[in-house]
Design a protein around this ligand. Structure first.
Ligand SMILES: [Zn+2]
Ligand SMILES: [Zn+2]
Length: 270
């Protein structure tokens, strides 16, 4: 594990050199796209290419999104991947210049802080996402920058990064801003980024992955397919990213969330 306590393991060269910046951005772009295709692709295979009743019984919408829609989502996700890659390298530059709260020794704040930092970052990120998302829903801004994402009324796992570049930029800036203030280990951040992809894919999957009855338990606090699916269909509700806290706090959760959650499991398999 010592390897992960060395700065050079993460940043082997001077990122302020423009040539290195471009090379690092291209390498990171390949990684971001690969991770997106891998995670979304695995869920797509497991849920869209499998007609077993156990899977079909979790399907949220009557019909699955068309091939044309899925290709549309992949196209916009590619643009967003570029922004995510550049934002990743930007974080590296900020780290190199000593502007961030990133730290290397695993036990610098105690081992307990490693999982706690992930929790804190995810809550702060959720708050940032919630309010920027509310802003994206103001009529003028929605038309300009957020309609790309909402063109998927019944999204597929490929919609997880399907954003207009301005929305992509707003989202890509979240972590660089967060690491200015919250101490984080870079390995914890890498785990967080993968968790983000996983959460984005499952929220747009079109199938509910939490168990039956979760609307009163885990699903009451954690966002999944039914919750975010309602956002795509009803627009005015369910603005959160990972948790439902802020939708509860600001009274923006869809009033029929629990009912629609149950309906997914109660319907006869199509
Ligand atoms: Zn929205
Ligand atoms: Zn969405």
């Amino acid at each position: 594990m010592e390897h992960f306590e060395k700065y050079e393991s993460y940043i082997p060269f001077d990122l302020t050199n423009p040539r290195n910046f471009i090379i690092a951005s291209l390498v990171l772009l390949a990684i971001v796209i690969f991770r997106y295709l891998l995670v979304a692709g695995l869920f797509w295979l497991a849920f869209y290419k499998n007609s077993s009743p156990a899977i079909k019984n979790r399907q949220i919408y009557a019909t699955l999104p068309s091939r044309k829609n899925q290709l549309y989502e992949i196209k916009w996700s590619m643009y967003t991947s570029i922004l995510f890659a550049v934002s990743g390298v930007l974080m590296g530059v900020m780290w190199q210049l000593g502007l961030t709260q990133l730290y290397l020794k695993f036990d610098q704040f105690g081992y307990w802080y490693l999982p706690v930092s992930l929790l804190v970052i995810s809550i702060v990120h959720d708050f940032y996402f919630y309010w920027t998302h509310r802003w994206l829903h103001t009529p003028k801004i929605f038309k300009l920058f957020h309609s790309v994402h909402h063109n998927s009324i019944t999204p597929s796992p490929w919609a997880s990064f399907s954003f207009h570049p301005v929305e992509g930029l707003v989202q890509a800036l979240a972590l660089p801003v967060i690491i200015l203030f919250i101490p984080a280990h870079p390995l914890a951040l890498l785990i967080y980024l993968t968790f983000m992809t996983l959460s984005a894919v499952t929220n747009h999957l079109g199938f509910e992955i939490l168990p039956r009855g979760s609307e009163q338990r885990l699903g009451k606090w954690i966002i999944s397919g039914v919750h975010h699916g309602q956002h795509h269909r009803y627009y005015r509700y369910n603005f959160g990213l990972f948790y439902t806290f802020f939708d509860h706090l600001y009274s923006t959760e869809h009033p029929n969330f629990a009912k629609e959650y149950q309906q997914v499991f109660d319907k006869k398999a199509p």
